[in-house]
Every structure is written in C-alpha cells, then in structure tokens.
Design a binder for this molecule. Structure first.
Ligand SMILES: [Zn+2]
Length: 78
C-alpha cells in the first residue's frame, strides 16, 4: 500500500466530489496583493463554469492542470 504525499484533490464546485484535474489560479485585486494567487480546483465538467465565474469578474489569472500546478509549486517559481 502506498500513500501519496498530496491529499486527494477534489473539485471546488458546490456539491461536486469528482477528482480535480484543473487548477484555476485567481486574484481579487480588492482583497489580495497582485502576486497573491488563490486557487480553485475543478473537474473536467466544472472547469468552464468556474473559470467563467472568475473570468467575468476579472479575477482569473491562469488555468493549468493539477500536474502542471504541482510541478510549478515544486520547482521553478519564476
Ligand atoms: Zn466538478
């Protein structure tokens, strides 16, 4: 039996328990400094819904796969 270092990533959409495959990085300029990134997780089904929610508010900065996000957190933060 192996246990992963990372907790299971679950979609942030309300009521959804699907595994997340996307990370939506966002920033609310009224609350956060410009370099700050909040993250939401999304399954395939909810990626568009969540990203448009953030997008219309002008908060959405980036949408990447969870694998890509983890790689960024590990290494090269430039
Ligand atoms: Zn979902």
């Amino acid at each position: 039996m192996t246990s992963a270092d990372l907790p299971a990533l679950v979609c942030s959409a309300k009521g959804c328990t699907a595994p997340a495959v996307w990370v939506l990085a966002w920033n609310n300029p009224k609350l956060h400094t410009p370099e700050r990134r909040k993250t939401w997780l999304a399954c395939d089904e909810h990626r568009e819904h969540l990203s448009s929610f953030l997008g219309v508010r002008g908060f959405l900065k980036d949408v990447v796969t969870t694998a890509e996000w983890e790689a960024r957190q590990r290494g090269d933060a430039s």
